[in-house]
Ligand binder design. Structure first.
Ligand SMILES: *[C@@H]1O[C@H](CO)[C@@H](O)[C@H](O)[C@H]1NC(C)=O
Ligand SMILES: *[C@@H]1O[C@H](CO)[C@@H](O)[C@H](O)[C@H]1NC(C)=O
Ligand SMILES: *[C@@H]1O[C@H](CO)[C@@H](O)[C@H](O)[C@H]1NC(C)=O
Ligand SMILES: *[C@@H]1O[C@H](CO)[C@@H](O)[C@H](O)[C@H]1NC(C)=O
Ligand SMILES: *[C@@H]1O[C@H](CO)[C@@H](O)[C@H](O)[C@H]1NC(C)=O
Ligand SMILES: *[C@@H]1O[C@H](CO)[C@@H](O)[C@H](O)[C@H]1NC(C)=O
Length: 365
């Protein structure tokens, strides 16, 4: 009970910041080394991705998203391509680990090479959650409907093939919480209850993906939400909001319990948690790195690399009449952790991936 109250009231204090976080989502190579992990991939492996902007690689519509505007994509692939980063995102690193190319975005499947489509698909849309958010993009339920349609109606993927060799990555990184705060205008009262409803829905969704035939499903634990630059800007990007991070900790505790339960009922370890909380934390606090060593050079880890010139602008903004850029980019994106006020840069994701790597063998067990 004690803990519940703490989490709830601190969330309330940061209400406005959380709202801004949601809005940012709505409006909103150098270190790249080629470690190929072609373990146990005989070419039949299929990779499916669902969720939000942490894994979207081009589904969100061009008209509604900065991810299709400069300077997004400047590091990779060299131009805006629908990723919420200067370069690679979690999807790209996971694909690399599996020895695959990042799967074709669902929205672009008609233009894609069938030999690529056969290897999997990315159904993730930036700004979405398990429930409806402030964006009108497909929620997780609808994304799974798309997947199911391809399996059951279009027979693009045979269930037998999926069961043999496929992996799904599901990212649910916090848009539900941001939306909850905006919609309730308060929301502090029932944060614990709301968390349980979010996780309950995640469990329903994970079960559906498993029932489509996917034998291994990785789901993200939420990152430390209190470290998102949109929120830490109030603290001059110096400190995370520890109290808001408690909301992440609570979500992750409930998630862990539910995933354990799911694994019990399926008699195997179908579900694996990718701990973004831990991975973000060790990148942001390199001194806490388990090896006592910092692999990545990260300057001012809480400071976003690309920001609007003033509060009414954000990364990617241009002046409507003159077309002049209304954002600034840091001089070394390759040393940043955050690219914009919500999303990690390629360097950030690479650091996160390095930290997650030791747990990725579970995808094959
Ligand atoms: C499709 O991809 C395969 C393998 O990457 C390639 O050989 C082929 O030329 C591609 N086809 C088209 C139409 O792009
Ligand atoms: C997801 O979106 C669909 C279509 O808009 C809606 O009918 C459904 O209620 C939503 N699901 C959840 C869990 O919010
Ligand atoms: C939030 O809602 C509760 C109960 O409805 C109310 O007592 C409280 O004053 C509200 N807080 C704010 C900041 O509006
Ligand atoms: C940030 O944290 C440090 C150390 O925990 C503390 O000394 C400092 O006052 C904090 N700064 C802000 C702006 O809260
Ligand atoms: C799990 O194992 C039990 C006992 O071995 C069996 O009865 C049950 O059908 C299994 N459940 C699944 C989902 O495989
Ligand atoms: C840290 O990394 C450097 C260079 O890779 C290595 O020489 C050193 O032994 C490492 N230190 C620790 C404490 O692991």
């Amino acid at each position: 009970m004690e803990k519940k109250t703490t989490v709830a009231s601190s969330f309330c204090l940061l209400l406005l910041c959380v709202a801004a976080f949601a809005v940012a989502e709505v409006l909103a190579a150098h270190h790249h080394r080629h470690h190929h992990h072609r373990r146990r991939n005989d070419g039949s492996m299929k990779f499916f991705v669902l969720g939000d902007s942490y894994v979207d690689t081009g589904n969100i519509r061009k008209s509604v998203s900065p991810s299709w505007k400069e300077p997004y994509g400047i590091t990779f692939p060299g131009k805006p391509a629908g990723r919420f980063s200067d370069g690679r995102v979690l999807t790209d690193y996971l694909a690399e680990y599996l020895g695959l190319r990042p799967p074709v975005p669902y929205a672009l499947r008609k233009e894609a090479n069938i030999s690529e489509v056969e290897k999997g698909m990315n159904f993730a849309y930036g700004g979405t959650g398990v429930f409806d958010t402030l964006v009108s993009e497909p929620n997780l339920t609808t994304q799974i409907d798309f997947f199911q349609q391809l399996v059951e109606q279009e027979k693009l993927y045979a269930k037998g093939d999926l069961i043999k060799s496929s992996i799904a990555l599901v990212s649910v990184a916090g848009n539900d919480y941001a939306t909850h705060m905006v919609k309730t205008g308060n929301g502090s009262e029932d944060l614990a209850e709301f968390t349980k409803s979010v996780v309950k829905q995640i469990a329903v969704d994970l079960r559906r993906i498993r029932d489509l035939g996917v034998p291994k499903i990785a789901v993200t634990a939420v990152e430390p939400m209190g470290c998102i630059p949109r929120l830490t800007s109030l603290l001059s990007y110096q400190n995370c909001s520890e109290s808001l991070n408690l909301a992440s900790v609570f979500h992750n505790q409930v998630l862990r319990q539910n995933v354990e339960q799911l694994n019990k009922e399926s008699n195997n370890s179908a579900f694996v948690i990718l701990d973004l909380y831990d991975a973000f934390s060790s990148a942001i606090n390199p001194q806490k790195d388990r090896q006592g060593n910092t692999t990545f050079r990260i300057d001012e880890p809480l400071k976003p690399c690309c920001v609007g010139v003033s509060s009414e602008y954000s990364c990617g903004s241009v002046d409507e009449s003159t077309g002049a850029k209304k954002y600034n980019i840091c001089s070394h994106p390759e040393r940043s952790f955050f690219w914009d006020t919500v999303h990690p840069s390629q360097n950030g994701w690479h650091a996160v991936y390095s930290s997650l790597k030791s747990s990725l063998h579970q995808l094959y067990s």
